[in-house]
Design a protein around this ligand. Structure first.
Ligand SMILES: Cc1cc2nc3c(=O)[nH]c(=O)nc-3n(C[C@H](O)[C@H](O)[C@H](O)COP(=O)(O)OP(=O)(O)OC[C@H]3O[C@@H](n4cnc5c(N)ncnc54)[C@H](O)[C@@H]3O)c2cc1C
Length: 338
């Protein structure tokens, strides 16, 4: 029987980064991936013109209604990319009728790193201190200073185009040269200093559990998801719409009407929580290095570890936490602690 030093479950943004770190540090690593392999020359067709597609870019709507009734609502599930979204019938989950949750997923090597929009931002202490400051849920066991060097590390590897802005609430990355702004972007940028921020705070009534009555096509237990927008999120959403209108008015737009698209939870595709980090094993699953309080050689570094969410996209933070956790695990291994 072959033995491995480490097993990584999933080859998406976090699993992929973990596999990179562990193999580069010399561990024989097994990656378990539930999805299919990608054939770049066959699968990557984003440069194909709509008139060369079978449905001229309009998608096979009968097929999507049948097999992807949830995924089809994602903006990126178009005729070019719908193959990178799961078949909802094969990957079921449940929720209460009055608590819809739209779970957008991909099953292939690379996970959703194949489809993500590549918006890449650092979190700040506005995020890591939010729970302690507002007295909500539990405090994060880390602060920005703990993760800052790992943001540097990941950014040096992946390469992020951007511009230094010196904002406390959005720390600058180690940027590659910025892409040129178009004239509308230059114009609007001057109004952006009025923008506030939003976050989705952990709420005890938001939770997931295994659903014993539904198993997926392969017998893997499925999730029963409980998640609902609450007063805080609705207030933030309204404030964002008002702030956006203020920005437009500040740069000279007239007759601006704030517009709110009321979407169900899940559509932002930033699922977080369920195995959160914390100081206390009674109220959290992981310690500040993403290590299970109970099982010392188990690390969870994807969105499950997040203690609360932020208004900015999370994947850079997942990668930084993953690299940091791998570094910690290697040191623990050297010390014989795991
Ligand atoms: C259209 C779209 C746009 C997005 N835009 C952005 C963006 O601009 N910025 C940003 O930060 N984030 C964005 N995201 C979110 C980002 O893609 C996710 O945060 C990120 O991919 C999560 O990484 P992950 O490794 O946790 O999960 P995934 O990347 O989803 O990878 C999970 C992997 O695990 C595999 N898997 C699942 N179950 C099993 C099992 N039982 N056994 C083995 N393997 C399993 C899956 O096949 C998959 O390969 C976007 C997502 C989508 C879909």
């Amino acid at each position: 029987m072959r033995h491995y030093d480490a097993i990584v479950v999933g080859s998406g943004i976090t699993g992929g980064f973990a596999a990179k770190e562990l193999t580069e540090r010399g561990l024989e690593t097994l990656v378990l991936e539930a999805g299919r392999s990608i054939r770049p020359e066959h699968d990557y067709v984003e440069h194909v013109q709509p008139w060369d597609l079978h449905f001229r870019g309009l998608r096979n709507r009968f097929e999507l209604d049948e097999n992807k009734p949830i995924q089809k609502h994602c903006y990126a599930c178009d005729e070019w990319a719908e193959k990178f979204f799961v078949n909802d019938r094969d990957h079921p989950y449940t929720h209460d009728p009055d608590k819809p949750f739209r779970w957008i997923r991909g099953r292939q090597v690379g996970g959703r790193s194949i489809t993500w929009g590549r918006q890449t931002y650092r979190w700040s202490d506005l995020d890591f201190e939010a729970n302690a400051r507002d007295g909500i849920a539990i405090d994060w066991p880390i602060r920005y200073r703990d993760i800052e060097p790992w943001y540097d590390y990941v950014e040096d590897f992946i390469g992020i185009s951007g511009q230094q802005e010196h904002l406390d609430h959005l720390p600058d990355s180690r940027f590659l040269p910025p892409m040129e702004m178009n004239c509308a972007e230059h114009f609007v940028r001057d109004g952006l200093r009025f923008l506030g921020y939003g976050e989705c705070l952990p709420h005890p009534d938001n939770y997931v559990r295994l659903d014993p009555s539904v198993v997926d096509r392969w017998g893997v237990p499925t999730l029963n998801i409980h998640m609902k927008w609450r007063e805080n999120e609705i207030a933030i959403r309204n404030d964002m719409a008002d702030s956006a209108a203020e920005i437009l008015e500040a740069v000279g737009a007239r007759n601006v009407s704030p517009f709110i698209e009321k979407t169900d939870p899940g559509f932002t595709i930033h699922e977080m929580g369920t195995a959160r980090m914390g100081h206390d094993p009674k109220t959290s699953v992981l310690n500040g290095f993403n290590q299970s309080h109970d099982i010392r050689n188990l690390f969870i570094t994807d969105g499950a570890c997040m203690t609360s969410s932020s208004c900015v996209n999370p994947s850079l933070t997942y990668m930084a936490l993953t690299a940091r956790a791998c570094d910690y695990a290697m040191r623990q291994l050297d010390l014989g602690h795991i």
